[in-house]
Design a protein around this ligand. Structure first.
Ligand code: TMP
Ligand code: ZN
Length: 408
């Protein structure tokens, strides 16, 4: 749907960049689906009123979240650890027990809630994609296959009561009617409860120039400024913030009803840092656009030159982010022969859009000869380079596309 007004505050939005026609990032396709792909115009805007960075056009939610959703959170051991730690921290810090109630919005394959379920703490995971919701059920997670909005929140409240904790990781950027979701959270949370959201950080995206964070499923890139604008509308405020390096740099926001919790110094520091990089100024986005265009040219020229000298190039990791890089930079199967990935939902398929690169299981990477490998899952550099040490020993070279093109 096209929206010329901001989805948070409804004021006019300033569009500043177009990435051209894009497929849905996670819509890895079979051969017979190549000619029936869905495309939308990927344009981004920044709201100078509430400071929300967002897509102008977004595809219908059912195009993105359905029985074929390809992202399985549990494919990474590092992420499994990350969400286990969050579960342990919440149980300890908020003294959760068998009388508590934890809700997760966007519970995916149960990667986080299975830890809560193992402790017999009442919980409910809500996810719009039925395939991942079914996986979470098979892991003992109480799950509801639904889109989260105010009505879903009221239904949950009448069936289970109010929640002590609502967690939503890497999901706030997926929800088009974000006002309905935030209002729903405010009605579902207990008076002294805490909402914890974690998403890729706009500050980190600007600093790293990681434009590949932008795709249909990421219709917003949140910042402390914009998440505060959103929740302030529903009498809530951010009282703490913690940053981490996952997914290329995320911020975890702790949100409560206004005046219920002491505002941590982290919030003041982070606000200062956002202002320091000009996160709320339009000129910052004009500069981001310029750097992104340069980054595209550098990568495309580099790969083209390698190909001209007959080098064999493959890819590693087919995250949603790679759909943006491949389609925006016009990279296809003529430059990159194949991409190795360990997600069952992607293996045997092709990368979406114009790129159409075949995806194979990572178990074949070691025995396959290539001189260069571009790491699209650049945020997992440590884990993957460690796992694939033999590639360098055979003189294979890694190409890291983001933050700055480098060869290792
Ligand atoms: P993400 O950055 O959104 O987590 O996606 C990472 C992609 O890379 C995902 O498709 C799984 C894939 N992957 C591997 O194939 N091997 C690995 O060791 C890791 C960490 C990820
Ligand atoms: Zn706005």
């Amino acid at each position: 749907m096209t929206q010329n007004n901001c989805r948070v505050c409804l004021k006019k939005i300033d569009e500043f960049m177009s990435f051209g026609k894009m497929p849905i990032a996670n819509s890895f396709i079979k051969k017979n689906e190549i000619n029936s792909q869905f495309f939308y115009n990927m344009k981004v805007g920044f709201c100078q009123n509430c400071f929300t960075f967002q897509l102008i056009d977004v595809p219908n939610a059912k195009q993105m979240f359905n029985s074929k959703y390809a992202y399985l959170a549990s494919t990474s051991l590092v992420m499994q650890n990350h969400w286990r730690k969050l579960a342990n921290l919440i149980v300890k810090d908020y003294k959760l027990n068998t009388n508590s109630f934890v809700v997760e919005i966007g519970s995916n394959d149960g990667i986080f809630l299975k830890n809560i379920s193992n402790l017999k703490i009442p919980h409910l995971g809500v996810d719009a994609s039925s395939n991942v919701s079914d996986i979470s059920k098979s892991r003992g997670v109480n799950s509801l296959n639904a889109f989260f909005n105010t009505q879903t929140a009221l239904d949950i409240r009448s069936s289970y009561g109010k929640a002590d904790i609502i967690v939503s990781t890497n999901t706030m950027h997926h929800i088009e009617d974000i006002n309905s979701a935030a209002e729903g959270m405010s009605k579902l949370i207990k008076n002294d409860g805490t909402i914890i959201t974690e998403d890729p950080s706009l500050k980190e995206m600007l600093v790293k120039n990681s434009y590949d964070q932008i795709y249909a499923e990421h219709m917003y890139i949140w910042s402390l400024s914009s998440i505060s604008s959103l929740f302030n509308k529903y009498d809530m405020e951010v009282y703490d913030i913690k940053n981490n390096t996952f997914h290329g740099g995320c911020s975890r926001y702790f949100i409560a009803k206004k005046n219920k919790k002491k505002i941590s110094n982290n919030v003041y520091f982070h606000k200062k840092n956002e202002n320091r990089i000009g996160i709320n100024k339009m000129s910052t986005y004009e500069k981001f656009k310029k750097r992104t265009i340069e980054s595209k040219k550098r990568l495309k020229d580099f790969l083209t030159k390698l190909k001209e000298s007959n080098k064999k190039i493959v890819g590693y990791g087919a995250p949603a982010k790679s759909t943006t890089i491949l389609n925006y930079c016009d990279i296809d199967g003529s430059l990159i022969e194949k991409i190795f990935d360990n997600s069952e939902t992607k293996i045997g398929k092709f990368t979406p859009g114009k790129s159409l690169i075949p995806i194979e299981h990572t178990k074949y990477f070691e025995s396959y000869y290539s001189e260069y490998c571009i790491l699209f899952a650049w945020n997992h550099e440590k884990e993957i380079l460690n796992k694939e040490k033999k590639y360098k020993k055979k003189d294979g070279k890694w190409i890291i596309p983001i933050p700055k093109l480098k060869v290792i």
